[in-house]
Design a binder for this molecule. Sequence first.
Ligand SMILES: [Zn+2]
Length: 170
Amino acid sequence: MNNNTYDHYNVELTGELNSEPSRSQIIDKIATTFNLPKEKISQLLNGKPQIIRKDIPHKEAYQIQQALIQCGAQTRLVRIKVQEKPASFSLVPEGEEQTSFQDLTQKITEGTLVECPQCHNIQPPSSFCVHCGSALSDTEPSPTKHSKKILYLGVVSVLMAMVIIAFILW
Ligand SMILES: [Zn+2]
């Protein structure tokens, strides 16, 4: 495994219950969905946060979380902080842990990646570096220069075409 892409999650039951469905209904549904004994789920739904799945990629964690929500359980995804394996290139920006994989992929592919001038962390464009917190506004790509160049080239080619047509028709 590449250390730079290490970015895993725990799926937690928060331990809190919604008013609907009832605790026993939630236990029934989870038991059916995940093919687990009811006693085990009953132990997990004891009012305290419990880790259901450990150390899995975001896509998988999100799917499990959605299945648990369907059962009526309150859950959250917790990013694993791995000190010796820093996620210097994470596909999931800080604060986007609860976003679906599809939405994230869309967000990430819509924007170009920028490099932090301080710590050289590669990340989607934002005001501050998710890794070291320094301002990133200077490194955001400016599209104006590029479009000006395209406009200039367009005008020049139109003028050239006009000159050539005028020359032929002369
Ligand atoms: Zn940085």
